[in-house]
Write a protein that binds this ligand. Structure first.
Ligand SMILES: [Zn+2]
Length: 320
């Protein structure tokens, strides 16, 4: 909480009510180990207790740091005339957001209940998010579409992100379920699979990212923006039925999970988050994910989160 600054300047963060809305991102975790680096059983759970570890200082403000105990400052000492302009944490015009389209045309990820490849969903949604971010002033946003097989494509994504020195990495995916949970049905005369049991968005971060703290902060902003728009997060990742696809739930209100071994989250040298925008193996949710309205909603949630992330610092009082 920047205690060193408080000696001469009082934080008046409560005068700027920063709203952290829910959003969620998820990765089709069970789909293939190709998304993982080395497997470290049990490591994720151990990391739950390490949330307070310090990340890098580039965007070191965690959501909680914005909530200031104004009463403790003493209202009698506050003077609007002493307020100073609050600098932004980053300049959207120069802020490099790398929007990663999950999977490739060659390795398409999950298959929806109506046999549409996940890659098509990811590409369409990521394009919309890209357009919205640019329209809202994030001019340096870049859409990353990768080619080739699954594992080499992960290395390429990380290389692009690190070579470009992106400020933020956001991978866009759509969710499914482990094969053992699939149920048969027929769609347009073709044997197909669904699972209507689970639905919702989810957001993933890795403790192995060099800036876990900031990654988690942005993940919470995305998740909260999603939640604020009436969406619910996928609860199943805490269930034993998910087996080794179980993941620790870091934010039980908004829906942020840790998934430490994901290559694109742990090898990128900037804050990195993965969003599973919704389930395409759930027959009802697939139809919703198909709709322009849902893409618009998710896009707006991501843009709002980016604005939160890049928004003004808490204003400070001058010397008291
Ligand atoms: Zn995926």
């Amino acid at each position: 909480m920047r205690l060193g600054v408080l000696c001469c300047r009082a934080v008046v963060g409560a005068m700027v009510v920063l709203v952290f809305l829910p959003i969620r991102i998820s990765e089709a975790n069970w789909l293939t180990d190709a998304f993982k680096g080395s497997s470290k059983p049990g490591k994720a759970a151990a990391h739950v207790a390490s949330l307070k570890r310090t990340g890098s200082a580039k965007h070191s403000a965690s959501p909680k740091s914005h909530h200031v105990k104004l009463a403790a400052l003493g209202a009698a000492h506050l003077s609007l005339s002493t307020l100073k302009a609050a600098p932004s944490k980053c300049d959207p015009k120069k802020f490099r957001v790398l929007l990663d389209v999950g999977h490739t045309a060659e390795s398409e990820g999950a298959t929806s209940s109506r046999n549409v490849p996940e890659f098509a969903f990811n590409l369409r949604l990521a394009r919309q998010i890209d357009e919205k971010l640019k329209a809202e002033g994030f001019a340096e946003t870049r859409l990353l579409v990768t080619e080739g097989k699954a594992r080499p494509s992960l290395v390429k994504r990380v290389a692009v992100a690190n070579d470009w020195s992106a400020d933020l990495f956001l991978s866009i995916h759509h969710d499914s379920v482990p094969d053992k949970l699939l149920e048969d049905w027929e769609f347009e005369g073709k044997k197909s699979h669904h699972s209507d049991r689970f639905s919702g968005y989810s957001v993933f971060v890795s403790h192995d990212n060099p800036d876990f703290k900031t990654s988690f902060s942005f993940a919470e902003m995305v998740a909260r923006e999603m939640k604020a728009r009436g969406l619910q997060y996928a609860r199943q990742y805490t269930l034993p039925i998910m087996g080794h696809y179980q993941h620790p739930l870091l934010d039980k209100e908004a829906g942020v999970y840790s998934y430490d071994d994901l290559v694109v989250l742990r090898k990128t040298r900037m804050p990195a988050v993965l969003l599973e925008a919704g389930s395409i193996i759930n027959r009802d949710e697939e139809l919703r994910m198909e709709s322009p309205e849902r893409r618009d909603l998710v896009g707006n949630a991501v843009v709002a989160a980016a604005k939160d992330f890049c928004g003004p610092q808490e204003p400070f009082l001058g010397p008291l």
